[in-house]
Ligand binder design. Structure first.
Ligand SMILES: NC(=O)c1ccc[n+]([C@@H]2O[C@H](COP(=O)([O-])OP(=O)(O)OC[C@H]3O[C@@H](n4cnc5c(N)ncnc54)[C@H](OP(=O)(O)O)[C@@H]3O)[C@@H](O)[C@H]2O)c1
Length: 256
């Protein structure tokens, strides 16, 4: 996309306060983008701002629930010239199929898939109209294959990947790309909660539970949030004119 006519490229990171989102925000700010990060918790967004200020950097923040259609549309109206959209908001839970409630199913689909739809629908048309833009959805290896006890999460992430592929086809050739990143387990609060669930369900201790997750990746370890941020930084760069509709797997080389 080259040099932005107004100077810094404008980015919105939906769900940017903690974990992978925080690493993405820090990476994009360091790369010189003007970033607005959203989340539900004002405290988490405050901590994000504080951490960046300590390093002489800055980020704008807004409290927005990614599943709120009106709030997402209002955000796009307030930020009319966004070059880069990253949809990172997500939630996960685990239970056997028969113990997965409709409420859990709906929450997983709302946050992981419907929110991505709302964000792409709000921001991508403006990118197409301006003839340039990058959108990335943080999905998961669970968006490409099934595994036990994550029916709602896997279905929601498959929906997110399908959404990316369809929108990418729709905007192809018009200066806009839409891609997904599909990490395996990453060292964040979400994975800490997964480890606690494994410990509670199996009686394993923390080291054993962590070793089980590490063995499930060909890397043999958890990913770091910065490794996901590096992939996102590539996909939103001007190196990816021809990279559109991909689901970039981050796991060291698995078969998904
Ligand atoms: N951790 C992993 O192993 C892993 C692997 C593959 C993919 N992923 C995906 O990567 C993304 C980030 O995961 P993470 O591990 O960093 O999770 P995390 O530590 O739980 O952080 C989730 C982030 O999303 C925000 N968020 C959640 N629900 C939201 C909502 N309704 N509206 C706005 N923001 C919301 C959270 O902020 P608030 O709570 O303040 O709203 C927080 O900033 C998710 O999409 C997840 O599914 C994670």
């Amino acid at each position: 996309m080259g040099e932005h006519p107004r100077g810094a490229r404008q980015a919105v990171v939906v769900g940017g306060s903690r974990g992978i989102g925080r690493a993405i925000v820090r990476r994009l700010v360091t790369d010189g983008l003007d970033v607005l990060a959203t989340g539900r918790s004002p405290d988490a967004l405050g901590a994000l701002r504080g951490g960046l200020v300590d390093d002489g950097l800055s980020v704008r923040t807004a409290v927005v629930d990614a599943t709120d259609e009106e709030a997402t549309a209002a955000l796009a109206e307030a930020e009319p010239e966004v070059d880069v959209l990253v949809y990172n908001a997500g939630t996960s839970s685990a239970a056997p199929l028969q113990r997965t409630s409709v409420d859990v199913w709906r929450r997983e689909v709302d946050v992981n898939a419907t929110g991505a739809f709302l964000a792409l629908r709000a921001f991508v048309p403006g990118m197409v109209a301006r003839g340039h833009g990058r959108a990335v959805v943080v999905a998961s290896t669970a968006g490409l294959s099934g595994s036990p006890y994550v029916s709602a999460y896997a279905a929601a992430k498959h929906a997110a990947v399908g959404l990316v592929r369809a929108v990418a086809a729709e905007v192809a050739g018009r200066g806009v790309t839409v891609n997904a990143v599909c990490p395996h387990f990453v060292r964040t609060d979400m994975t800490a909660a997964t480890l606690e669930r494994i410990e509670a369900a199996t009686g394993r201790d923390a080291d054993e539970a962590r070793a089980e997750l590490e063995r499930s990746s060909r890397l043999g370890r958890l990913l770091e949030p910065d490794e996901v941020a590096d992939a996102v930084a590539y996909l939103v760069s001007d190196l990816t004119v021809a990279v559109n509709g991909h689901a970039l797997v981050l796991d060291g080389g698995g078969h998904w």
